[in-house]
Design a protein around this ligand. Structure first.
Ligand SMILES: Nc1ncnc2c1ncn2[C@@H]1O[C@H](COP(=O)(O)OP(=O)(O)OP(=O)(O)O)[C@@H](O)[C@H]1O
Length: 234
Protein backbone atom coordinates (compact mmCIF):
# COMPACT_ATOMS: atom_id res chain seq x y z
CA UNK A 1 0.00 0.00 0.00
CA UNK A 2 1.47 3.33 -0.98
CA UNK A 3 -1.44 5.70 -0.79
CA UNK A 4 -1.02 9.15 0.74
CA UNK A 5 -3.31 10.11 3.63
CA UNK A 6 -3.45 13.68 4.85
CA UNK A 7 -5.36 14.43 8.06
CA UNK A 8 -5.86 17.83 9.63
CA UNK A 9 -2.57 19.08 8.22
CA UNK A 10 -1.88 22.65 9.32
CA UNK A 11 1.08 25.00 8.88
CA UNK A 12 1.36 28.61 9.96
CA UNK A 13 4.13 31.01 9.07
CA UNK A 14 3.70 33.86 11.56
CA UNK A 15 0.34 35.41 10.79
CA UNK A 16 -0.09 33.41 7.55
CA UNK A 17 -1.95 30.09 7.74
CA UNK A 18 -0.46 28.43 4.67
CA UNK A 19 -2.24 25.09 5.14
CA UNK A 20 -5.39 24.92 7.23
CA UNK A 21 -6.65 21.55 8.59
CA UNK A 22 -6.19 19.88 5.22
CA UNK A 23 -7.69 16.43 4.64
CA UNK A 24 -7.09 14.42 1.47
CA UNK A 25 -6.50 10.90 0.21
CA UNK A 26 -4.31 10.25 -2.80
CA UNK A 27 -4.69 6.79 -4.19
CA UNK A 28 -2.41 4.26 -5.81
CA UNK A 29 -2.64 3.44 -9.46
CA UNK A 30 -3.57 7.01 -10.37
CA UNK A 31 -2.13 10.37 -11.26
CA UNK A 32 -3.54 13.02 -8.92
CA UNK A 33 -3.15 16.70 -9.77
CA UNK A 34 -2.83 19.33 -7.07
CA UNK A 35 -4.21 22.64 -8.31
CA UNK A 36 -4.68 26.03 -6.77
CA UNK A 37 -3.87 29.70 -7.11
CA UNK A 38 -0.52 31.18 -6.11
CA UNK A 39 -0.04 30.96 -2.33
CA UNK A 40 -2.82 28.35 -1.97
CA UNK A 41 -0.50 26.16 0.09
CA UNK A 42 0.41 23.50 -2.48
CA UNK A 43 4.19 23.56 -2.04
CA UNK A 44 3.87 23.82 1.74
CA UNK A 45 1.67 20.71 1.68
CA UNK A 46 4.20 18.79 -0.45
CA UNK A 47 7.06 19.91 1.81
CA UNK A 48 5.20 18.57 4.83
CA UNK A 49 4.53 15.26 3.05
CA UNK A 50 8.28 14.98 2.51
CA UNK A 51 9.26 15.86 6.07
CA UNK A 52 10.99 19.07 4.96
CA UNK A 53 8.90 21.18 7.30
CA UNK A 54 7.02 20.20 10.44
CA UNK A 55 3.28 20.65 10.55
CA UNK A 56 1.84 22.67 13.44
CA UNK A 57 -0.98 20.14 13.60
CA UNK A 58 -2.18 17.03 11.81
CA UNK A 59 -0.16 14.46 9.92
CA UNK A 60 0.52 13.01 6.51
CA UNK A 61 1.45 9.41 5.86
CA UNK A 62 2.71 7.58 2.79
CA UNK A 63 1.83 3.91 2.81
CA UNK A 64 0.74 4.41 6.42
CA UNK A 65 4.14 5.78 7.53
CA UNK A 66 5.25 9.35 8.16
CA UNK A 67 8.15 10.33 5.92
CA UNK A 68 10.62 11.00 8.73
CA UNK A 69 9.97 7.53 10.15
CA UNK A 70 10.90 5.74 6.90
CA UNK A 71 14.18 3.85 7.09
CA UNK A 72 15.04 4.27 3.41
CA UNK A 73 12.64 6.89 2.07
CA UNK A 74 14.06 6.88 -1.46
CA UNK A 75 12.73 3.34 -1.89
CA UNK A 76 9.21 4.54 -1.09
CA UNK A 77 8.95 8.06 -2.40
CA UNK A 78 10.71 10.08 -5.07
CA UNK A 79 10.28 13.82 -5.10
CA UNK A 80 11.13 16.73 -7.33
CA UNK A 81 10.43 20.06 -5.69
CA UNK A 82 11.36 23.50 -6.93
CA UNK A 83 14.50 24.79 -5.35
CA UNK A 84 16.34 21.48 -4.95
CA UNK A 85 19.07 22.50 -7.38
CA UNK A 86 22.13 20.37 -8.21
CA UNK A 87 25.58 21.84 -7.64
CA UNK A 88 26.20 23.78 -10.89
CA UNK A 89 29.80 22.54 -11.18
CA UNK A 90 28.86 18.87 -11.04
CA UNK A 91 27.88 16.85 -14.06
CA UNK A 92 24.37 15.43 -14.19
CA UNK A 93 25.84 11.95 -13.83
CA UNK A 94 27.99 12.88 -10.81
CA UNK A 95 24.99 14.55 -9.16
CA UNK A 96 22.92 11.38 -9.50
CA UNK A 97 25.77 9.12 -8.40
CA UNK A 98 26.15 11.14 -5.20
CA UNK A 99 22.41 10.90 -4.52
CA UNK A 100 22.45 7.16 -5.27
CA UNK A 101 25.38 6.59 -2.87
CA UNK A 102 23.66 8.63 -0.15
CA UNK A 103 20.54 6.50 -0.56
CA UNK A 104 22.48 3.22 -0.55
CA UNK A 105 21.56 2.52 -4.17
CA UNK A 106 23.86 0.99 -6.80
CA UNK A 107 25.93 3.49 -8.77
CA UNK A 108 24.54 2.05 -12.01
CA UNK A 109 21.13 3.51 -11.17
CA UNK A 110 22.44 6.93 -12.23
CA UNK A 111 22.86 5.82 -15.85
CA UNK A 112 19.55 3.93 -15.78
CA UNK A 113 17.55 7.01 -14.80
CA UNK A 114 19.55 9.31 -17.11
CA UNK A 115 18.42 7.04 -19.91
CA UNK A 116 14.80 7.05 -18.66
CA UNK A 117 14.63 10.85 -18.73
CA UNK A 118 16.51 11.23 -22.03
CA UNK A 119 19.60 12.90 -20.57
CA UNK A 120 22.28 10.37 -21.51
CA UNK A 121 23.87 12.68 -24.10
CA UNK A 122 24.10 15.55 -21.59
CA UNK A 123 25.12 13.37 -18.61
CA UNK A 124 28.79 14.41 -18.73
CA UNK A 125 28.06 18.15 -18.83
CA UNK A 126 28.00 20.38 -15.78
CA UNK A 127 24.48 20.82 -14.45
CA UNK A 128 25.04 24.59 -14.36
CA UNK A 129 24.99 24.57 -18.17
CA UNK A 130 21.65 22.71 -18.39
CA UNK A 131 18.58 24.34 -19.90
CA UNK A 132 15.45 24.67 -17.77
CA UNK A 133 13.95 21.58 -19.38
CA UNK A 134 17.16 19.60 -18.82
CA UNK A 135 17.16 20.64 -15.14
CA UNK A 136 13.57 19.40 -14.85
CA UNK A 137 14.58 16.08 -16.39
CA UNK A 138 17.52 15.81 -13.99
CA UNK A 139 15.21 16.46 -11.02
CA UNK A 140 12.87 13.77 -12.28
CA UNK A 141 15.81 11.39 -12.72
CA UNK A 142 16.73 11.98 -9.07
CA UNK A 143 13.15 11.20 -8.03
CA UNK A 144 13.26 7.93 -9.98
CA UNK A 145 16.59 6.69 -8.56
CA UNK A 146 15.05 4.32 -6.01
CA UNK A 147 12.28 3.25 -8.42
CA UNK A 148 9.80 4.28 -5.71
CA UNK A 149 6.08 3.43 -5.75
CA UNK A 150 5.24 7.07 -4.95
CA UNK A 151 6.23 10.16 -6.94
CA UNK A 152 5.64 13.69 -5.66
CA UNK A 153 6.42 16.37 -8.22
CA UNK A 154 6.06 20.15 -8.01
CA UNK A 155 5.37 21.70 -11.43
CA UNK A 156 7.31 19.02 -13.34
CA UNK A 157 6.20 20.25 -16.77
CA UNK A 158 7.71 23.73 -16.24
CA UNK A 159 10.21 24.44 -18.96
CA UNK A 160 9.53 21.28 -20.96
CA UNK A 161 8.93 21.64 -24.68
CA UNK A 162 5.80 20.07 -26.25
CA UNK A 163 7.57 16.77 -26.93
CA UNK A 164 8.89 16.80 -23.36
CA UNK A 165 5.42 17.44 -21.95
CA UNK A 166 4.06 14.51 -23.90
CA UNK A 167 6.96 12.33 -22.77
CA UNK A 168 6.32 13.32 -19.13
CA UNK A 169 2.61 12.56 -19.51
CA UNK A 170 3.39 9.09 -20.88
CA UNK A 171 5.89 8.43 -18.09
CA UNK A 172 3.47 9.45 -15.32
CA UNK A 173 0.60 7.50 -16.91
CA UNK A 174 2.82 4.41 -17.20
CA UNK A 175 3.81 4.65 -13.51
CA UNK A 176 0.15 4.92 -12.51
CA UNK A 177 -0.75 1.97 -14.78
CA UNK A 178 1.83 -0.10 -12.85
CA UNK A 179 -0.07 0.68 -9.65
CA UNK A 180 2.14 3.54 -8.47
CA UNK A 181 0.98 6.72 -6.76
CA UNK A 182 1.71 9.97 -8.59
CA UNK A 183 0.98 13.40 -7.07
CA UNK A 184 1.74 16.40 -9.28
CA UNK A 185 1.18 20.06 -8.55
CA UNK A 186 0.59 22.22 -11.57
CA UNK A 187 -0.93 25.43 -12.90
CA UNK A 188 -1.42 23.91 -16.34
CA UNK A 189 -5.08 22.95 -16.29
CA UNK A 190 -5.27 21.64 -19.84
CA UNK A 191 -2.27 19.39 -19.33
CA UNK A 192 -3.62 18.08 -16.03
CA UNK A 193 -7.00 17.38 -17.64
CA UNK A 194 -5.11 15.04 -19.97
CA UNK A 195 -2.64 13.53 -17.51
CA UNK A 196 -4.46 13.23 -14.20
CA UNK A 197 -7.15 10.77 -13.14
CA UNK A 198 -8.33 13.19 -10.53
CA UNK A 199 -7.54 16.64 -9.25
CA UNK A 200 -7.51 18.19 -5.81
CA UNK A 201 -8.34 21.88 -5.95
CA UNK A 202 -6.90 23.95 -3.09
CA UNK A 203 -7.38 27.57 -2.11
CA UNK A 204 -6.34 29.43 1.04
CA UNK A 205 -4.81 26.29 2.54
CA UNK A 206 -7.91 24.11 2.28
CA UNK A 207 -9.30 21.57 -0.17
CA UNK A 208 -12.15 23.05 -2.21
CA UNK A 209 -12.85 19.86 -4.13
CA UNK A 210 -11.48 16.52 -5.31
CA UNK A 211 -12.80 15.52 -8.71
CA UNK A 212 -12.27 12.76 -11.25
CA UNK A 213 -11.11 14.11 -14.60
CA UNK A 214 -12.49 11.29 -16.76
CA UNK A 215 -14.18 12.82 -19.80
CA UNK A 216 -13.58 16.31 -18.41
CA UNK A 217 -12.53 18.85 -20.99
CA UNK A 218 -9.88 21.44 -20.19
CA UNK A 219 -12.63 24.08 -20.48
CA UNK A 220 -14.86 22.35 -17.93
CA UNK A 221 -11.92 21.92 -15.53
CA UNK A 222 -11.11 25.61 -15.89
CA UNK A 223 -14.70 26.60 -15.12
CA UNK A 224 -14.81 24.34 -12.05
CA UNK A 225 -11.40 25.58 -10.91
CA UNK A 226 -12.42 29.22 -11.18
CA UNK A 227 -15.69 28.58 -9.38
CA UNK A 228 -14.07 26.62 -6.55
CA UNK A 229 -11.15 28.97 -6.00
CA UNK A 230 -12.98 32.21 -6.68
CA UNK A 231 -9.85 33.12 -8.62
CA UNK A 232 -11.19 35.09 -11.56
CA UNK A 233 -7.70 36.13 -12.67
CA UNK A 234 -6.29 32.59 -12.81
N1 LIG B 1 9.09 29.69 4.59
C1 LIG B 1 8.04 30.50 4.59
N2 LIG B 1 7.99 31.58 5.38
C2 LIG B 1 6.92 32.41 5.39
N3 LIG B 1 5.83 32.24 4.63
C3 LIG B 1 5.81 31.18 3.80
C4 LIG B 1 6.91 30.26 3.73
N4 LIG B 1 6.60 29.29 2.82
C5 LIG B 1 5.38 29.60 2.34
N5 LIG B 1 4.90 30.72 2.93
C6 LIG B 1 3.61 31.36 2.68
O1 LIG B 1 2.62 30.34 2.74
C7 LIG B 1 1.62 30.56 1.75
C8 LIG B 1 1.50 29.32 0.86
O2 LIG B 1 2.69 29.23 0.06
P1 LIG B 1 2.95 27.99 -0.92
O3 LIG B 1 4.33 28.18 -1.47
O4 LIG B 1 2.65 26.74 -0.21
O5 LIG B 1 1.86 28.23 -2.03
P2 LIG B 1 1.67 27.54 -3.48
O6 LIG B 1 0.24 27.11 -3.55
O7 LIG B 1 2.70 26.51 -3.67
O8 LIG B 1 1.88 28.78 -4.42
P3 LIG B 1 2.49 28.93 -5.93
O9 LIG B 1 1.44 28.43 -6.85
O10 LIG B 1 2.66 30.43 -6.02
O11 LIG B 1 3.79 28.18 -5.97
C9 LIG B 1 2.01 31.83 1.01
O12 LIG B 1 1.32 32.92 1.58
C10 LIG B 1 3.50 31.94 1.28
O13 LIG B 1 3.92 33.29 1.26
Amino acid sequence: MANIAIRGLTKRFGPVTAVDRLDADIREGAVTGLLGPNAAGKTTTLRMLLGLIRPDAGAATIGGVRYHRMERPSLTVGAALDGAQPHPGRTGRAHLRILAAAAGLPRTRADDVLDTVGLTAAAGRRAGTYSLGQRQRLALAAALLGDPPVLILDEPANGLDPAGIRWLRDLLRARAAEGHTVLVSSHQLSELARTADEVIIMAAGTVRGQLPTADMTAHKLEMLYLRMTGDRDA
